[in-house]
Structures are given as structure tokens and as C-alpha cells.
Design a binder for this molecule. Structure first.
Ligand code: HEC
Length: 296
């Protein structure tokens, strides 16, 4: 469908939306769960202020030298040596973008494949019956990265994949359910709504004060086509797209538990074991000091 709304009409719609955002904000703030509430949404941030980490307040106790992996009732611990004994995988010239800091510089990362590590604990994890499982990667600084099973072992709808790859998940939650991190702006729920393309295009392109203080997403980082795919998915995340139709195969993409940066061992300050997701263009799942991986 083509959008042929007149200038005046779209301006009016825009103001109406700004108003709605303002109202929505007040509404969602009051719905924030009480502190210590059990039902934490499956958002990505627990202590977003620590990510990307600020090294000035680095505390040596954050450094991790082993990872506990839990899948159902199986559990195993991998030391740095164990990880190094697994096949070495390298992601070359990977550059993540911080939503606030911008491009973070190109680096080459080497480590063990997250998939290999998971399969050491439970080789049946590749079975399609696990498709709705989530992989929770927790770091010692409290950062939680959530990965969907199909991102490692299958394929996702294009819009769903792009939503994660472009970092929307970092604030709006893994399924667009919205998050209310302590002391941070509420990132509204996006799922289940029919978004006006022009409006969202405007918010994401402008960034800054109209978008939670983050950098603008320019065409080079998020094309109009990509944004349209994201909005189509958000409108009805549960809708099943026929297999092979508009899917993105992510299973070849690498998720690393990295222990070498540009061929050299890392320091405890960098994180001796870091999660690097090759497919992620933003830092939403880039994680230092990984200490626990759970599949549920
Ligand atoms: C760093 C956090 C962050 C990221 C990343 C982010 N957003 Fe947002 N977004 C927000 C916040 C916070 C708001 C609320 C706006 C405000 O209060 O300034 C918002 C608002 C929005 C709104 C308006 C919501 C409403 O209810 O009117 C849309 C639509 C939106 N974001 C889409 C996206 C998309 C699409 C992406 C990924 C391409 C994205 N956002 C990435 C934090 C983020």
C-alpha cells in the first residue's frame, strides 16, 4: 500500500501521536511492577547503565574465568581452558554500533562457538521441538542478553530478525513487549500495534529527544524496507509466516564466546569471556564477563 497522506494530515497525525506517546508514557509508568517483583519482563536490560560498561568503575570481581551452562536439568561448567579446547572460530572485522555511542570500532574476535558449547551439554538442542526456547546469557555486571533458539539453530521472519539485529530489542524487549528499566525512560510496548510507517520512520530517523536520546538510525543502518519489515512483524508477532517465505536463515551466523581480541588474550577489564553475535549490528547482545547461560 502506498502512503499518500497530505502534508497537513500527516503533520496532524504526527502531533496526535506525540500526544498519544505522552499519554502512553504516563500510563505505562504507573504500571511499572513494584521493586523486587517476580514477573520481570523478558527485556534485555537489568542494569542498562552498565552497558556498554564504563571502565572507570571497573571492579576486578566482575572478571569471569568460567561459565555455568544449564539446559533443563542438565548443567555443566566450562573453564577458559575448556573453551579453548573447543574448535576455534573467528569473526573478522566485526563492528558493533552502540545506540548512544555510535560505531565502536572494528575488531576480530576468536573463541568457541556458543552453539558448540550448548551442544556439549545437550546434543538434542538442535531438535525443532525446542524452537520456542530462549537462551539467557547473564554477565557478572548484571547484563542479560536473550537469544531466540531460531537465531542459533533455525530461521526467523525477516522483520523479527531485523528487530533484534538492529537493536530495537535492547529497549523495547525481545518480543516488543516494552521495558521499564529502573531510572531509565520507559521503552513502550511496540507489539500488537499497527504503526504508521511515516511516524516511526520520523522517530527512528530523528533519534535524540524524540527517541529516548538515542542516535538517529540513518538509511545506511536501517533502510525503509527493513523498517517496513519490522513494523509488519510488530503488528502481529504471533502470525505464522509460511516456511521459506520472507525468512532470514540465521543458523550459519556465528555466536561466539570470545577469549581473543585481534589475536591477543583479553584482560579481565575487557572480559576474559565475551559474547559476540556476528549477526547483531548493534550492541544489544554484546556482553562482557559472561558467567551463566540458561536455556528455558
Ligand atoms: C536505547 C533504547 C531504544 C532503542 C535501541 C530503540 N528504542 Fe524506540 N523508544 C525508546 C524509548 C525510551 C522510547 C520512548 C520515547 C521517549 O520517551 O522519548 C521509544 C519510542 C519508540 C516508538 C514510539 C512508541 C510509542 O508508543 O509511540 C517507536 C515506534 C519506537 N521507539 C520504535 C523503535 C524501533 C523500530 C527501534 C529499532 C530500530 C527502536 N525503537 C530502538 C527506546 C529505544
Amino acid at each position: 500500500m502506498k502512503y499518500t497522506i497530505s502534508e497537513d494530515r500527516s503533520r496532524m497525525l504526527f502531533f496526535l501521536l506525540v500526544l498519544l506517546i505522552a499519554i502512553g508514557q504516563t500510563g505505562s509508568t504507573s504500571k511499572r511492577p513494584p521493586a523486587g517483583s517476580e514477573s520481570r519482563p523478558v527485556g534485555l536490560m537489568r542494569h542498562p547503565s552498565t552497558h556498554p560498561p564504563s571502565f572507570s568503575d571497573f571492579d576486578e570481581s566482575k572478571t569471569t574465568r568460567k561459565i555455568v551452562v544449564r539446559i533443563g536439568n542438565r548443567s555443566d561448567t566450562f573453564s577458559l581452558d575448556d573453551l579453548q579446547a573447543l574448535p576455534k572460530i573467528t569473526v573478522t572485522d566485526y563492528e558493533a554500533i552502540g545506540v548512544k555511542k555510535g560505531p565502536l570500532g572494528k575488531n576480530t574476535w576468536t573463541g568457541a562457538s556458543l552453539k558448540d558449547v550448548l551442544l556439549c551439554v545437550d546434543s538434542s538442542l538442535t531438535d525443532i521441538s525446542n524452537a520456542s526456547k530462549l537462551i539467557f546469557v547473564t554477565s557478572s555486571d548484571g547484563w542479560l542478553a536473550v537469544i531466540k533458539w531460531p537465531e542459533l539453530f533455525g530461521s526467523l521472519q525477516r522483520g523479527e530478525a531485523l528487530y533484534n539485529i538492529k537493536g530495537c530489542n535492547e529497549c523495547h524487549g525481545i518480543n516488543g513487549e516494552g521495558t521499564a528499566p529502573q531510572g531509565k525512560l520507559v521503552a513502550p510496548a511496540l507489539a500488537g500495534k499497527e504503526w504508521n510507517f511515516d511516524l516511526v520512520h520520523d522517530i527512528t530517523r530523528k533519534g535524540k529527544q524524540v527517541h529516548g536520546g538515542i542516535n538517529p538510525y540513518r538509511e545506511a543502518q536501517l533502510t525503509e524496507m527493513e523498517l517496513r519489515a519490522i513494523l509488519t512483524w510488530l503488528q502481529n508477532p504471533a502470525a505464522r509466516v509460511p516456511l521459506g517465505e520472507d525468512q532470514m536463515d540465521l543458523s550459519e551466523s556465528v555466536a561466539l564466546l570470545a577469549y581473543l581480541k585481534n589475536g591477543k588474550p583479553m584482560t579481565g577489564r575487557d572480559g576474559l569471556i565475551q559474547l559476540i553475535m556476528e549477526m547483531d549490528q548493534y550492541t544489544s547482545r554484546y556482553s562482557h564477563w559472561v558467567e551463566l547461560i540458561e536455556v528455558k
